[in-house]
Ligand binder design. Structure first.
Ligand code: ATP
Length: 344
């Protein structure tokens, strides 16, 4: 291992070690896709082959696992994918996997290929599935955080967040140009059903005047007062970045209220939507995904199971799936002070 790749001391609670030797592993992507998943798949496949394991790809997440949609992966199966968004293994959501019977069928399908190690790349829902599966059956599971939302505890990064946030930044920069030309207030909605990290980072990076996130109660009267104060000093261009899961109701609802309260402002809404999921992964996402994919296979070989591998302070961190699911990342209130002061 190269000397500049640091490995953290594994959390002593992070999973029991399994005793049987891992020979055949499967990798799957599950839940929402995120840019960088392909780089992670490539790393799992090539590290597995390096260690002389048989590596399988499960198509369409848990849905494909239940159906037995499982293919043998070779080194060339993952050629030329590191730069591509989406996931070559496809992804899906599976109602059947919530039920024991569905998970049992998935187990039977894996057993047909003698699979004795699974790498799940996905979000917290996918980890809940992996945890349930791992508790019922004797196949070790390792989770890699693959979600644009960065809403998983136990890691400073999730695969896809950096790309998604850069896509949002590029779009908001363009919106600011047109806002500036017309002296408009733009309300830009970014992704984040339960987590405001895309809104927070893209808002700070684009100098947004206000950032609204699910983790914090939105005070619309404060925003109205700030807009009126800006107007008095001829600051007519304003950007409000709203996470889709903001409790006030998203960009359209914020716009409706502001149009009532400050009717003379020229207000427009832009909902960025799914462009935030697509596109070529950033360098950071490719590097994180490669490192985590590599670590996932090494972890299975070391006998690790039932944990998510993340990166904290540039060290690999192993978090029990239970904790990765339970604990959510919090947003420090200081970020909002910084935003307010810098945008004034
Ligand atoms: P994203 O963060 O992008 O939404 P996710 O992994 O959280 O990704 P989910 O749709 O929540 O996406 O979960 C993916 C799949 O994981 C579900 O369709 C289901 O098959 C499985 N899953 C989720 N929760 C559970 C659970 N409690 N028990 C069993 N399986 C689950």
């Amino acid at each position: 291992m190269a000397s500049d790749i640091k490995t953290g001391t594994p959390d002593s609670n992070a999973s029991g070690k399994t005793m049987s030797k891992v020979t055949n592993i499967a990798v799957l992507t599950s839940g929402g896709d995120s840019p960088g998943m392909n780089a992670a798949i490539r790393a799992v496949v090539r590290t597995g082959i390096y260690h002389k394991l048989n590596v399988y790809g499960v198509m369409y997440g848990y849905k494909g696992m239940i159906k037995g949609d499982i293919i043998k992966m070779e080194s060339k199966s993952v050629a030329n994918i590191i730069q591509r968004g989406g996931t070559v293994l496809k992804t899906a959501r599976s109602k059947e996997f919530y039920e024991y019977e569905g998970r049992k069928e998935a187990y039977n399908q894996l057993k047909k290929h003698n699979i004795n190690g699974v790498v799940v790349i996905g979000g917290d829902g996918s980890f809940k599935g992996a945890l349930a599966f791992n508790q019922e059956f004797d196949i070790p599971c390792i989770g890699l955080p693959g979600t644009i939302d960065k809403d998983i505890a136990g890691t400073d990064f999730t695969i896809g967040f950096d790309t998604a946030v850069n896509t949002a930044v590029e779009a908001i920069d363009k919106i600011r140009d047109t806002a500036d030309a017309h002296d408009r207030l733009f309300i830009v909605e970014v992704m984040g059903r339960d987590a405001g990290y895309i809104a927070l980072h893209s808002g700070i990076a684009t100098g947004a005047e206000h950032i609204l996130v699910p983790e914090r109660k939105t005070n619309i009267e404060d925003i109205v007062s700030a807009l009126q104060a800006n107007e008095r000093r001829q600051k007519l261009v304003n950007i409000i970045v709203v996470a889709e899961g903001d409790a006030y109701g998203g960009a359209n609802e914020v716009s409706r209220t502001l149009k009532e309260k400050v009717p003379h402002l020229d207000i427009r809404v832009c909902i960025l939507g799914h462009i935030q999921r697509g596109g070529s992964p950033s360098c950071i996402d490719r590097v994180i995904a490669s490192r985590l994919g590599f670590a996932a296979v090494e972890s299975l070989l070391e006998g690790r199971s039932n944990c998510m591998i993340g990166i904290v302070n540039n060290l690999l961190q192993y978090t029990p799936l239970e904790n990765a699911i339970k604990d959510r990342q919090k947003i420090d209130e200081n970020w909002f002070n910084i935003t307010r002061i810098l945008a004034s």
